[in-house]
Write a protein that binds this ligand. Sequence first.
Ligand code: E4P
Length: 217
Amino acid sequence: MKLYLDTAEINLIEKAVASGIISGVTTNPSLLAKAGQKDVAQTIKAICQLVDGPVSLEVIGLSKDEMVQEAKEYAQIDPRVVIKIPMIHEGLKAIKELKELGIKTNATLIFSTGQGLLAALAGADYISPFIGRLDDISAEGLDVVAELAQIFDLHGIESEIIAASIRHPRHVIGSALAGAHIATVPWKIVDQMVKHPLTDIGLEKFLADWEKMKNQN
Ligand code: E4P
């Protein structure tokens, strides 16, 4: 199980890299807009310099030819760039063609097991089910992860599952237990996973007892 950081914010990526907890980064147009990064190539280049692993960047075009053209340009930025392709008919065609060209893809906006299976069969290297957005509409996002993991395992399908749209730490644990290979998380989730009130209370007590001991001598 690996963790990727789901952001285009360089300072957050630096923090996560320093802790050694992430082995990749995912972005999307909304995350790039949030980070205020208009020079996409420059931003992705900077991220690739920081992270020793795959960095996902999403195409904007909606036709197969537009997606493939964008993907070819993005692939020039760095060998670690993985092209995010939306799960639509044209996207499947683009995934197939990019596979033939040796360009890695991440099938995004996956909301059902069937979509994930099709994207894998088309040749996507990564499949990203959006579990939080499914939970938002009262569906069970983790069920998609579990079903895909079972199918990939049963049939020797090599695509890796990236649990995406993570809303809380239990999503990360649930994804790991369900068989996701990777969970991509916002920094806030890393922070929530690090912190525990009993750790803070325990640390405070250890330091207070240490001081007490020193004052006794
Ligand atoms: C990552 O690949 C996705 O783009 C991202 O996790 C979506 O998350 P959101 O549902 O919080 O926007």
